[in-house]
Design a protein around this ligand. Structure first.
Ligand SMILES: Nc1nc2c(ncn2[C@@H]2O[C@H](COP(=O)(O)OP(=O)(O)OP(=O)(O)O)[C@@H](O)[C@H]2O)c(=O)[nH]1
Ligand SMILES: [Mg+2]
Length: 301
């Protein structure tokens, strides 16, 4: 299934929230007056695009309409598409995993979908021809490594784990050594979303990040921050701390199926300046999609 069709099928709620309302606005106005822009702004805010980002979008649209002398609401829709697409083109939207081994470090608060995302990533990169090794560096909960092991078996990829309560950085060290010894192409590290307190968690992530830099100084590394789309704007507040602790090269936005809050994609790009690299659209192994800004906007607007 093409990205566009799958997006349309999986993101019906967000599509309705954004696209449905926009249809009404664009067709219901005979000219581009102030109330057109007011209603547009309201629609964007309701779709969780965020107040500031929505205001910026509407301002940009006003300017573009004036500059290009747009008279018709339908032409304004095209202009809106262009603005929203451009807004999503921040940072480096590609995944860079050329070195052998390379590393994906997956971070985020508890319950956002880190382990599930890793299960999906393992399958996808294996299918792309890479020898994948999963690293269970969430040693905080007993069940965490078990959950990752289930994914490793399902994906048919390797796993490095230790006993509950082990030092997470030591598990990462182990996994990197194993990857070097066994000729793995890609190590994907799971991490805890919660420790005894937040500072603990951030210190732990810094330590893990450090170990990767030290052990594989020249390796390609992607640090993916997983955010749960259903938590909307709250997710944005978490990002800053994770960014400081481990650096973030991209966001994975999960649970976009079943929420009308998909507009958060725009807020992430606009306020964090971090590209969304994947979206999670369900619990199955193939419910992870590399993010395509142009098609996403086309499906939504
Ligand atoms: N609908 C839907 N559910 C998802 C998605 N991604 C993850 N989930 C579900 O969200 C729940 C939590 O996922 P986990 O992968 O365990 O989350 P985690 O971040 O590893 O959680 P902790 O290990 O507790 O920090 C599970 O029930 C997943 O099946 C998604 O894209 N869509
Ligand atoms: Mg987990």
């Amino acid at each position: 299934m093409s990205f566009l069709n799958k997006i349309k099928e999986k993101l019906t709620k967000t599509q309705k929230a954004i696209g449905g309302s926009l249809d009404g606005i664009f067709s219901g106005f005979s000219s581009l007056k102030d109330d057109f822009f007011d209603e547009l702004e309201e629609t964007l805010i309701l779709a969780d695009i965020g107040v500031e980002t929505s205001m910026r979008v509407v301002e940009a649209l006003r300017a573009k309409i004036k500059e290009e002398k747009i008279k018709e609401p339908e032409a304004a829709r095209e202009a809106l598409r262009a603005i929203l697409t451009e807004m999503l083109q921040v940072g480096d939207t590609e995944m860079h995993l050329e070195t052998k081994p390379s590393v994906i470090l997956v971070i985020g608060v508890n319950g956002v979908g880190k382990t599930t995302t890793i299960g999906k990533l393992g399958a996808a990169w294996k299918q792309a021809g890479k020898k994948v090794l999963l690293c269970a560096a969430d040693t905080f909960r007993a069940a965490a490594a078990d959950q990752l092991q289930v994914w490793a078996e399902r994906d048919g990829v390797e796993l490095v784990r230790q006993k509950e309560g082990a030092d997470p950085a030591a598990v990462v060290f182990d996994a990197l050594s194993a990857a070097k010894a066994r000729g793995s192409d890609l190590v994907i590290c799971d991490t805890a979303g919660r420790l005894h307190n937040k500072q603990n968690l951030m210190n732990e992530l810094s330590k893990i990040s450090h170990i990767i830099d030290r052990e594989l100084p020249d390796a390609d590394r992607e640090t993916l921050l997983v955010l749960d789309a259903t938590t909307g704007q709250n997710g944005l507040l978490q990002a800053v701390q994770f960014q400081e602790a481990a650096g973030v090269t991209g966001v994975v936005l999960t649970k976009l199926d079943g929420t009308a809050k998909g507009g958060i994609v725009f807020a992430i790009a606009d306020t964090l300046g971090i590209p969304v690299k994947y979206i999670g659209v369900g619990e199955q192994v193939d419910d992870l999609m590399p993010f395509d800004a142009t098609e996403f906007v086309q499906a939504m607007v």
